[in-house]
Write a protein that binds this ligand. Structure first.
Ligand code: HEC
Length: 167
């Protein structure tokens, strides 16, 4: 009986030692791959192009009564920054504060489809975009309103409701 127990324990011991060896061997292989994937993810510059374009489009959608398009552009303006949660977590926190703070007034104006309020809040948020640029050392990137939407291939005057955007 004792001999059998000793055999079982010896096998169990081997499994434990063996499995920890496998984990560390796999760990050594996996980490560089994770680093490579992280390195290939966008930081701020690439998603900010999208933020800039979508932000411009929002105004034309709202003015055209296409509130669904305005809400959609606002939603994906935020989603565009998702990779920065992994690649630039500290700076992403500033973006989150901006989007859920100052920009939330624009989001609300779109949801309530109130053009007067929208114009006021939209214009008021532009200096906050630029304050962040200055704060992060990119003061030479100054957002200004375009005379035409950044993306021309969409009908901005198609009437729709903000609530039309699928969840
Ligand atoms: C959390 C800080 C932050 C906020 C808020 C922010 N930006 Fe940016 N933005 C940046 C940074 C940083 C860059 C430079 C990207 C880089 O090189 O890493 C940038 C770059 C840009 C660019 C240039 C992108 C390119 O390479 O062509 C545009 C356009 C832009 N932002 C638009 C906006 C607009 C519009 C808003 C407001 C709705 C805004 N940004 C709000 C941090 C911010």
């Amino acid at each position: 009986m004792l001999k059998k127990c000793a055999q079982v324990l010896a096998v169990a011991g081997l499994i434990i030692v063996g499995s920890s060896f496998c984990v560390s061997a796999a760990g050594e292989d996996v980490q560089p791959q994770i680093d490579a994937i992280k390195g290939a993810l966008p930081k701020f510059a690439i998603p900010m192009r999208e933020v800039g374009d979508r932000f411009q489009n929002i105004a034309f959608a709202a003015e055209g009564g296409n509130w669904g398009l305005a809400a959609y552009m606002g939603k994906y303006m935020n989603v565009a920054l998702n990779p920065a949660q992994v690649t630039k977590p500290k700076e992403y926190a500033d973006w989150k504060n901006f989007y859920e703070g100052g920009f939330a007034k624009v989001t609300k104006a779109i949801a309530s489809e109130n053009i007067e309020n929208f114009r006021k809040e939209y214009n008021a948020v532009i200096p906050s975009c630029n304050e962040c640029h200055v704060g992060m050392g990119y003061g030479f990137i100054k957002v200004v309103k375009l005379a035409a939407p950044a993306d021309q291939g969409i009908e901005y005057k198609l009437a729709s409701k903000a609530a039309d955007v699928p969840k």
